[in-house]
Ligand binder design. Structure first.
Ligand SMILES: Cc1cc2nc3c(=O)[nH]c(=O)nc-3n(C[C@H](O)[C@H](O)[C@H](O)COP(=O)(O)OP(=O)(O)OC[C@H]3O[C@@H](n4cnc5c(N)ncnc54)[C@H](O)[C@@H]3O)c2cc1C
Length: 435
C-alpha cells in the first residue's frame, strides 16, 4: 500500500496513475471543504463570471493532451485565444510588445541596440558550469543586464513571484542549464530542440478546477479531520497518524507544501523538519476586476502585461483573462486578473481589501486611460503561494533523497517544478517507479 498525503493536483494525479497500474493506494486529504479537491487549483463560477483563484492555464504537450482525452475532458477543454501569444511588458511608461522571434527582436524597439547585440552574440559565449548559479547570474552572463531587468525579472515575478537574484538556475529552469551544457548556447539549443512552440496553453469551460474535480471522481479520497498529523517508522512500515485513525503503509508520498511536510515529518528527522519549514514561499494577492469593454480605446489583444520591478508599478502584472479564454465574463465586459505582492512586494499583501482594490483600479485607470469605476472586484489572498527554489532548499533535497531508500518520497510543487503540468508529470514518473 502506498499512502499519498494531500489531494492537490500532485496527489490526485499520482493516485490516478497508481490506480491505472493496479497499485493499491490511500489518498489522504484534510477534511473536505468548499474548495476541495485540488489544493491551489480553485475556480469560482458566479453567473457569467469565472474567477481563477490559483492557476489560470495549463501548458500542455502531446502527453498531457492525450491524458486529458483519457480523462474524457476533451469537450471541456478550451484553448487559449491565438491573440494571447502576444505578451506586453511595461517599459518607459507604456506597454511594449515582447518580441517573439529573432526577426521581430531585430526590428522591435523593445530592447536597445546594445541589448540586441548581446542577445545575438549569445551563441558565441562560452559555457560554464556553476552548480549554484542564480537566474540573474546566468542571464546576465549570457544575455546581459537589460534582458535581466525587462524579460527575466518580470517573467520570474509572473511565475514564481520571486527574486531571480536568489532562485537557482539548476532547480528553477533546469532545461536552460541543460541547453547550455549540451549545445553550448541557449539559442542554439532552442533551435535544435524546437522546445518552444509545441505546447498549447489550455483551460476548461468551467475553469482549471475541472481537472481536479474529474480526477476526484475517478480516485478514492480519504478525508480526515485536520489531515495527516505525523508519520514515523514502525517496524517495517510507516505509521500515519490522523486525528481519527492511524494507517499503515509500505511507502509514503508527501505532496503537501514544504512547511506542512515539515510538521508531518518532525518525528522522523527534526533537523529536516526545521529545514522544510524554512523553505521560502512568496505571498500573493490575486485581484479580479471587471470593466465595461467599451471604456478601452484599444482592444486588449494579448495574454496580458508584466510589470518589471524597476518600473515601480503596484501590481506584478495583469492577465487579460477575458482575452485569453472565452466565457470568463459577459461579452461587453473585460476581466483582469492582477497579481500583487511576491517576494519583492511583501508589504503590499498586508493592505486591506479596499486599499488593494482601489490601488489596482488606480493603476488600471492610469495605464489604460479610463475614468470609470469597475463593474465588480474581488480579492483572494495566498499567504504562502509559490515555493522558492533558492539555496535554502538544497539541504532538504539531500536528506529527502536518502529517505527514498526507506520508502518516503516527495512529489510536491517545491521539488522539480512548480507548474501544474510539472506536478502531473512528476506524479506520472513516480508512479512508473512503483510498477
Ligand atoms: C496564485 C497562483 C497562480 C498560479 N498560476 C499557475 C498557472 O497559471 N499555471 C500553472 O501551471 N501553475 C500555476 N500555479 C502553480 C500551481 O497551481 C501549483 O504549484 C500546483 O497547483 C500545486 O499543486 P500540488 O498538488 O503540488 O500542491 P497543493 O495544491 O498545495 O496541494 C496540496 C494538498 O495537500 C493538502 N494538505 C495540506 N495539509 C495536509 C495534511 N496535513 N494532510 C493531508 N492533506 C493535506 C491540501 O489541502 C492540498 O489539497 C499558480 C499558483 C498560485 C498560488
Amino acid at each position: 500500500m502506498i499512502a499519498i498525503v494531500g489531494a492537490g493536483i500532485s496527489g490526485l494525479s499520482l493516485a490516478y496513475f497508481l490506480q491505472k497500474q493496479n497499485v493499491p493506494y490511500l489518498l489522504l486529504e484534510k477534511k473536505e471543504n468548499e474548495h476541495s479537491p485540488g489544493g491551489f487549483i480553485q475556480s469560482i463560477r458566479e453567473k457569467e463570471y469565472l474567477y481563477e483563484l490559483g492557476p489560470n492555464s495549463l501548458l500542455c504537450d502531446d502527453f498531457l493532451l492525450q491524458w486529458l482525452n483519457e480523462l474524457e475532458l476533451q469537450t471541456e477543454i478550451i484553448e487559449a485565444n491565438p491573440v494571447s501569444k502576444s505578451r506586453f511588458v511595461f517599459k518607459n511608461g507604456r506597454y511594449q510588445k515582447l518580441p517573439q522571434s529573432p526577426f521581430s527582436l531585430f526590428w522591435s524597439v523593445f530592447f536597445s541596440w546594445e541589448a540586441k547585440k548581446q542577445i545575438f552574440r549569445e551563441p558565441k559565449i562560452k559555457s560554464k558550469t556553476h552548480p549554484n548559479e542564480t537566474l540573474t547570474e546566468f542571464f546576465e552572463r549570457r544575455f546581459g543586464r537589460e534582458v535581466v531587468d525587462y524579460a527575466l525579472e518580470p517573467f520570474v515575478s509572473g511565475i514564481y513571484a520571486g527574486n531571480p537574484d536568489e532562485l537557482l538556475l539548476k532547480y528553477t529552469f533546469p532545461f536552460l542549464a541543460e541547453l547550455e551544457q549540451k549545445f553550448g548556447s541557449v539559442i542554439k539549443g532552442l533551435k535544435k530542440t524546437k522546445s518552444l512552440g509545441r505546447k498549447k496553453s489550455i483551460s476548461f469551460k468551467n475553469g482549471m478546477q475541472t481537472l481536479p474535480k474529474k480526477l476526484a471522481e475517478k480516485v478514492k479520497i480519504t478525508y480526515c479531520q485536520d489531515g495527516v498529523q505525523s508519520i514515523f517508522r514502525k517496524s517495517q512500515s510507516w505509521e500515519i497518524i490522523t486525528a481519527e485513525k492511524n494507517f499503515q503503509a509500505e511507502k509514503v508520498v508527501i505532496t503537501t507544501p514544504a512547511y506542512i511536510a515539515g510538521d508531518i515529518l518532525q518525528k522522523i528527522d527534526f533537523s529536516l523538519s526545521e529545514t522544510l519549514q524554512k523553505i521560502g514561499y512568496a505571498p500573493m494577492v490575486v485581484v479580479h476586476t471587471i470593466y465595461y469593454k467599451n471604456l478601452f480605446r484599444k482592444p486588449l489583444n494579448g495574454f496580458g502585461a508584466l510589470h518589471p520591478h524597476k518600473e515601480k508599478l503596484f501590481t506584478l502584472g495583469h492577465i487579460w483573462s477575458s482575452s485569453v479564454f472565452e466565457g470568463r465574463c459577459k461579452d461587453n465586459e473585460v476581466l483582469f486578473t492582477s497579481f500583487v505582492g511576491g517576494l519583492k512586494g511583501i508589504e503590499k499583501t498586508f493592505l486591506d481589501d479596499n486599499t488593494l482594490m482601489s490601488k489596482v483600479q488606480k493603476e488600471i485607470r492610469e495605464i489604460y486611460k479610463i475614468d470609470s469605476l469597475p463593474v465588480l472586484q474581488r480579492v483572494t489572498r495566498w499567504q504562502k503561494a509559490i515555493p522558492q527554489y533558492d539555496k535554502f532548499i538544497l539541504p532538504a533535497y539531500e536528506r529527502l533523497q536518502s529517505l527514498e531508500q526507506e520508502g518516503l518520497y516527495v512529489c510536491a510543487n517545491w521539488k522539480d517544478g512548480v507548474s501544474v503540468a510539472d506536478c502531473i508529470k512528476k506524479a506520472y514518473n513516480l508512479a512508473q517507479k512503483f510498477k
